[in-house]
Write a protein that binds this ligand. Structure first.
Ligand code: GDP
Length: 296
């Protein structure tokens, strides 16, 4: 996902580390190129600005330029600033609440919400040995409920039975009841998506939220949509309140900007990355590893 950015940055860094001494002007020039590379990777402008400013202050304000290896030091400062921007610590899904713990999945249609719901369910079953129930609240898109049911059958994940004509809030209520009665640890609620964020969707999700009191509200966002994904995240964060982000299609040739902007713009950590269509193609989001990947 970060190939282009990686190429661009390594070009900038080769110039920096290839020389013995660095002046403030050299750093400024390099940072201009870093900024350009970030913007081309679809990083939001305020994020690119803040990033470059942070690096500049750290690089110029200290003894860095007088050190024996100023180039390497600047690269290290960029690395640390990347980790900061991405969210410093890896954030996991929290199950630290009385069972059944509700996890509500939200996002636009086609973002990978249903697939990610099944991926997370499977992971919690396998890794955490939790008893998990999935329920689709998507009554708008034909066959959405059926899609989750099929994923459940294919992967041995219990799924709430479909009752025709039931509204999302009623399904959520039934799911939480089934979770309690069935002794489930976790209930994953796959909410309805839309093509755009609209009032009806927000009202519906708010109702579900107020009923299920989700411990985690995870936005599923398609990394290929770059800046749009960040805007959607901002809207969901302000209207519904998010606890984390699942960034999908990171196996595609997106420019990586969404990953870099998400935390800064929303204040919410990316928790997981979707890396393919298969049920086990889900990775923990580790800021250090991602920063390493970006810097090559
Ligand atoms: P929803 O409308 O948000 O529920 O989206 P779906 O879960 O139905 O996903 C839409 C399409 O994206 C499906 O074809 C999925 O297989 C695919 N998809 C979901 N996540 C990923 C991912 O991380 N990588 C890739 N390559 N495809 C994905």
């Amino acid at each position: 996902m970060f190939e282009n950015l990686q190429d661009r940055l390594s070009g900038v860094f080769d110039k920096l580390t290839g020389r013995g001494a660095l002046s403030e002007k050299d750093v400024d020039e390099a940072l201009r190129e870093v900024r350009r590379a970030l913007l081309e990777a679809d990083v939001a402008l305020p994020v690119a600005r803040a990033f470059v400013e942070k690096v500049r202050t750290r690089a110029v304000g200290h003894e860095v330029l007088k050190s024996v290896t100023p180039g390497q030091q600047v690269v290290k400062i960029v690395h640390d600033a990347l980790v900061d921007t991405l969210g410093a610590e890896a954030a996991e899904i929290s199950l630290n609440a009385p069972a059944p713990v509700a996890i509500m999945m939200v996002g636009l249609q086609g973002s990978g919400k249903t697939t990610s719901t099944a991926k997370i369910a499977k992971r919690l079953m396998k890794r955490e040995k939790r008893k998990v129930l999935m329920a689709s609240l998507d009554t708008r898109r034909p066959a959405a409920q059926e899609q989750l049911k099929v994923l459940g059958e294919q992967n041995d994940i219990p799924t709430l039975a479909i009752v025709e004509g039931q509204e999302p809030v009623a399904i959520a209520r039934r799911a939480m009841e089934a979770g309690r009665l069935g002794g489930y640890d976790v209930v994953l609620l796959d909410s309805a998506g839309r093509l755009h964020v609209d009032e009806a969707l927000m009202a519906e999700i708010t109702q579900v939220r107020d009923l299920a009191h989700p411990h985690e509200t995870l936005l599923v966002a398609d990394s290929l949509t770059g800046q749009d994904a960040v805007n959607v995240a901002e809207q969901f964060q302000s209207r519904i309140g998010l606890t984390g982000i699942v960034l999908t299609r990171t196996d595609g040739d997106g420019r990586g900007g969404a990953a870099l902007s998400m935390r800064h713009v929303t204040g919410v950590p990316i928790k997981l990355l979707g890396t393919g269509e298969k049920i086990d193609e889900l990775e923990d989001f580790d800021p250090r590893r991602i920063a390493g990947r970006i810097l090559g």
